[in-house]
Design a protein around this ligand. Structure first.
Ligand SMILES: *Cc1c(COP(=O)(O)O)cnc(C)c1O
Length: 422
C-alpha cells in the first residue's frame, strides 16, 4: 500500500475500502458549531451504533407495556438476556461460547476473578503486572493483596520497561518468570497497554506464566474488538474487559469476562449464576450454571446491555479479520503521516503492526505545559483524541467508522499545533 500525505491519497484509500459503508451506521459527533469532528478517540469511548437506539427503545417499550412480564415475554426476554451477547463476544475473544459472559463492569469483574484465581500460599504470593498499569487495575490488585493480609509492597510486582524504553518485550516477562516465577501466584497482563498502545503476544505470556506455575489473567479493555484474540487456544485462565471502548456499547456499558472451560473452581456467587432451571426455586444451595454464566452475580442491567447487541451485530457483519486488515492500514497511514508531518513528536507505540492495535501514542516533549496546549489546540480544530498526563496524546482510528481522510486531518492538525507551539 503506497501512502502519500495528500487528500488525493486519502480519498483513493477511502474509495478502495470495502468496509467504508459501516461508518454510516454510527452516530458521527459534530462540534458545537455543527462541523464534523475527526473522532480518533474510540479507544476511550466508542461511537454509538445507530441501531442501539431502536434496541434500547424496544426494552423501554417492553418495560412500559409488559412490566414484570417482560422478564419472560419481552421481545428479547430479560431473564436469559446475556445469551444475546454470548456468541458475538466469544467470536471476538477467541473463546467457546460457554467461556464468556457479559456481566457487571470491568474493575468489579477483575475483583471477582481475582477473588477466585488469586490463591496466595507459602512463597507463591505475588501478582505480576506491568509498570504504569491503568490505575484501576493497580488499585484492584493492591487491594486484593492487602485484603488477604499481605503487603502490596512485597506481593505486587510491577515489571518496568528497560531503561530508556517505553514498551516491554515479551522476553522480559518470560525472563522474570523464569527467574522469579516460584514466588508469583498470578500474572495479570494487558492485551493492549492503555498508555503506550503496545499489543502483547498473549499466547507467549500465558505459556510463560503456566510454565512457572502461575495463573494467567488478562485485562482486555483495549484489546477486545481491536486485535485478534484466541483466549481458548492459548489456554488463558481468565480475562475481563469493558464494552464502551472498542465495543461501542456506550458509557458505563455492561462489562464481560472469560473463564477457560477447564476451570471449575469456587467463586463468589449470586443468584444469577445459579443454574437457570432451578434458580427461581430460591433454594439455599448454590448450584452454578455451567461455564462463565455461573459467575454472574446479579440480574443484568438490560439498558446497558442492549446497545452491545447492536454493536456486536456490526462486528459480526464486518468480521474481525477484515476490520483488522483495515485497522492495520489506517493506523499505518497515521504512523506514516506522523513521520512525514510531525518531526519532534515521538511515537511511543511499537512500529510493528502485530505489536499494536488501532492506537498510536505520541509523546510531546518541550517546555512544561506544551503537550497539553498542543492537545487543546488539536481539540479546538475538531480533532478528538485524548491526553494522558504527563506528556502523551493518544489517537486511535477505528476501522468500523473512521476514514483515511480523518486520519490525514488529524495528522495535519497535530502538525499545525506543533508548529504553533515551539
Ligand atoms: C478503561 C479501563 C478501565 C476502566 O474500568 P471500569 O471498571 O470500566 O471503570 C480499567 N482498566 C483498564 C486497563 C482500562 O483500560
Amino acid at each position: 500500500m503506497t501512502f502519500e500525505p495528500t487528500p488525493q491519497c486519502a480519498r483513493r484509500l477511502d474509495e478502495g475500502d470495502p468496509l467504508r459503508d459501516f461508518r454510516e451506521r454510527f452516530a458521527l459527533p459534530r462540534s458545537a458549531g455543527g462541523k464534523p469532528l475527526a473522532y480518533l478517540c474510540g479507544h476511550s469511548l466508542g461511537l454509538m451504533p445507530l441501531a442501539a437506539r431502536g434496541i434500547v427503545m424496544e426494552e423501554l417499550d417492553d418495560w412500559a407495556q409488559l412490566a414484570v412480564q417482560g422478564h419472560e415475554h419481552a421481545h428479547r426476554p430479560w431473564i436469559p438476556y446475556h445469551e444475546n451477547l454470548r456468541d458475538g463476544l466469544a467470536a471476538l475473544a477467541g473463546a467457546r461460547p460457554g467461556e464468556v459472559v457479559a456481566m457487571s463492569s470491568l474493575t468489579v469483574n477483575l475483583h471477582l476473578l481475582l477473588a477466585a484465581f488469586y490463591r496466595p500460599g507459602g512463597r507463591r504470593r505475588r501478582i505480576l503486572i506491568e509498570a504504569g498499569a491503568f490505575s484501576s487495575d493497580r488499585h484492584a490488585v493492591a487491594s486484593q493483596i492487602a485484603w488477604r493480609g499481605l503487603d502490596p509492597r512485597d506481593a505486587l510486582v510491577e515489571l518496568a520497561p528497560k531503561e530508556g524504553a517505553d514498551t516491554i518485550p515479551e522476553e522480559s516477562v518470560e525472563a522474570y518468570l523464569k527467574e522469579h516465577g516460584a514466588s508469583v501466584a498470578l500474572v495479570l497482563w494487558p492485551g493492549v497497554q492503555y498508555r503506550t498502545g503496545q499489543a502483547f503476544d498473549l499466547g507467549r505470556i500465558a505459556q510463560a506464566a503456566h510454565r512457572a506455575g502461575c495463573i494467567a489473567g488478562f485485562d482486555l479493555a483495549h484489546a477486545i474488538g481491536n486485535v485478534p484474540l484466541a483466549l481458548h487456544d492459548i489456554e488463558a485462565d481468565f480475562a475481563v474487559w469493558c464494552s464502551y471502548k472498542y465495543l461501542n456499547a456506550g458509557p458505563g456499558a455492561i462489562g464481560g469476562c472469560f473463564v477457560h472451560e477447564r476451570h471449575d473452581r469456587p467463586h463468589l456467587a449470586g443468584w444469577w449464576g445459579h443454574e437457570p432451571a432451578t434458580r427461581f426455586r430460591m433454594g439455599p444451595e448454590f448450584r452454578p450454571a455451567t461455564g462463565a454464566a455461573g459467575w454472574q452475580i446479579s440480574n443484568p442491567p438490560i439498558l446497558s446491555a442492549a446497545p452491545l447487541i447492536a454493536s456486536l451485530a456490526l462486528f459480526g457483519e464486518a468480521g474481525l479479520p477484515r476490520l483488522r486488515q483495515k485497522s492495520v492500514a489506517l493506523t499505518g497511514y497515521l504512523e506514516y503521516l506522523l513521520g512525514r508531518l510531525t518531526p519532534g513528536a515521538q511515537l511511543i507505540t511499537p512500529r510493528a503492526a502485530d505489536a499494536r492495535g488501532c492506537q498510536l501514542s505520541v509523546r510531546i516533549t518541550g517546555p512544561q505545559g506544551r503537550g497539553r496546549r498542543i492537545f487543546d489546540a488539536l481539540t479546538a480544530q475538531g480533532v478528538i483524541g485524548d491526553w494522558r498526563e504527563p506528556d502523551t496524546i493518544r489517537l486511535a482510528p477505528i476501522p468500523l467508522y473512521n476514514t483515511f481522510a480523518e486520519v490525514l486531518r488529524g495528522a495535519e492538525a497535530l502538525a499545525q499545533a506543533l508548529r504553533l507551539e515551539p
